[in-house]
Design a protein around this ligand. Structure first.
Ligand SMILES: NC(=O)c1ccc[n+]([C@@H]2O[C@H](COP(=O)([O-])OP(=O)(O)OC[C@H]3O[C@@H](n4cnc5c(N)ncnc54)[C@H](O)[C@@H]3O)[C@@H](O)[C@H]2O)c1
Length: 352
């Protein structure tokens, strides 16, 4: 029987950190190779190096690639050339190697950033006016067409999801417009205060990481004949604005305060839809999200407070009756621990 051998490229990022674990649970520890430019990966690999990538695929008998290396929306606006080069050039290398080495499957994420000001703001459908106005969005839209091209022309079985903003507690986000929705949890626990770089009512499509990981695995398990979209599937989880998330956090941390200082990322967010219609994903492979704003917030606070060595704020039931607000003094006495953890994280980021 043929063994599935998976290469995850960009494995040390926000998605890769959790996807690699999930893939290892499914395929076995030694059948999933974590590749990245960061030294914490199993192997150091620059996706821009076609020869190196091809050698890794051959030497490790790789059968599937999950390609996650990219420059995200906010960083992309500051580094247009590098973003275009990595996001499109990296994908093209993966698709070429998939064709040459006759790989079974490839996963590559697109983003809601493909949509622009001309797209419907609410319940944005799969097929509509798609005119991205960021370097990141343009690179994702071009990538979608390249995936479709390699499928139609060479039969490469490449599958893709347009992820909304992703919220997770394991790894820090990598420079996107929706990063606030992760930062806010860290700051709420450590300082009970957050300055948000989006305006309070800037509503965006978002998703909790466990849903994003499950969506990826479900899409990749779907029989080939059921995949009707070879550019990238719309995918929805929940939609909320910073003020909605702040109000939800306040239920658990009553002292929590938020202020708003919108910067250039607010304009990027303004150009994206507030909500997404994902009926093709639901019809083709039975997609359904499990988390909403309430259950995501409860889980994030619980998991992060454990990670930061704080008392567990709440039970997983997410009911108001079970909620135990943390006293102000208790939080302050814990700040020493939390701040030193933050220093470690900062050092790690600066070293990259
Ligand atoms: N996180 C989100 O909210 C979100 C939303 C929509 C789509 N996506 C897409 O999902 C994918 C992964 O996103 P993420 O949030 O995990 O990104 P991230 O920035 O957290 O991680 C990207 C990883 O790629 C690595 N990398 C960068 N350049 C590389 C290179 N040349 N060779 C090998 N590795 C390299 C980085 O070191 C990093 O570990 C990206 O394609 C992104 O566009 C993410």
């Amino acid at each position: 029987m043929k063994i599935d051998r998976i290469l995850v490229i960009g494995a040390c990022g926000q998605i890769g950190t959790e996807l690699t674990v999930a893939l290892r649970e499914k395929y076995g520890r030694y059948n999933v190779i974590a590749a990245d430019k960061k030294i914490t990966a199993d192997i150091l690999l620059d996706v821009m190096d076609h020869e190196e990538l091809s050698n890794v695929v051959r030497e490790c008998s790789v059968t599937q690639i999950y390609h996650l290396a990219a420059m995200l929306s906010a960083n992309g606006e500051q580094n247009a050339d590098a973003a275009w080069k990595l996001n499109v050039g990296g994908l093209l290398n993966v698709l070429k190697v998939a064709k040459e080495r006759k790989l079974d499957k490839v996963f590559w994420p697109s983003s809601i950033a493909v949509f622009g000001l001309g797209s419907p703001k609410y319940n944005c459908p799969q097929n509509t006016r798609i005119e991205p106005n960021t370097v990141y969005g343009i690179s994702k839209r071009a990538g979608e067409y390249w995936c479709n091209y390699y499928y139609e022309k060479y039969g490469v079985d490449v599958r893709s999801l347009r992820f909304p903003g992703l919220i997770s507690y394991t790894a820090l986000p990598g420079g996107g417009t929706t990063d606030y929705a992760v930062d806010i949890f860290h700051q709420a626990l450590e300082k009970q205060y957050y300055t948000c770089f989006l305006s309070e009512d800037n509503c965006l499509p978002m998703m909790y990481m466990p849903d994003a990981i499950r969506a990826t695995l479900e899409l990749m398990d779907t029989p080939k004949e059921k995949i009707s979209i070879r550019t990238s599937y719309n995918l929805a989880g929940m939609s909320f604005a910073p003020c909605d998330l702040a109000a939800e956090i306040e239920k658990y941390i009553p002292d929590f305060k938020i202020s708003y200082e919108p910067d250039y990322r607010n304009a990027i967010a303004n150009s994206w839809p507030a909500s997404i219609k994902d009926d093709n994903a639901r019809k083709d492979w039975g997609w359904e999200p499990a988390y909403n704003l309430e259950s995501m917030t409860s889980d994030m606070l619980e998991k992060l407070s454990i990670m930061k060595g704080m008392p567990v704020l709440l039970s997983s039931g997410n009911s108001q009756e079970e909620f135990q607000p943390l006293a102000h003094e208790t939080l302050h006495s814990l700040l020493g621990t939390a701040n030193s953890l933050r220093e470690v994280t900062k050092t790690h980021v600066i070293n990259e």
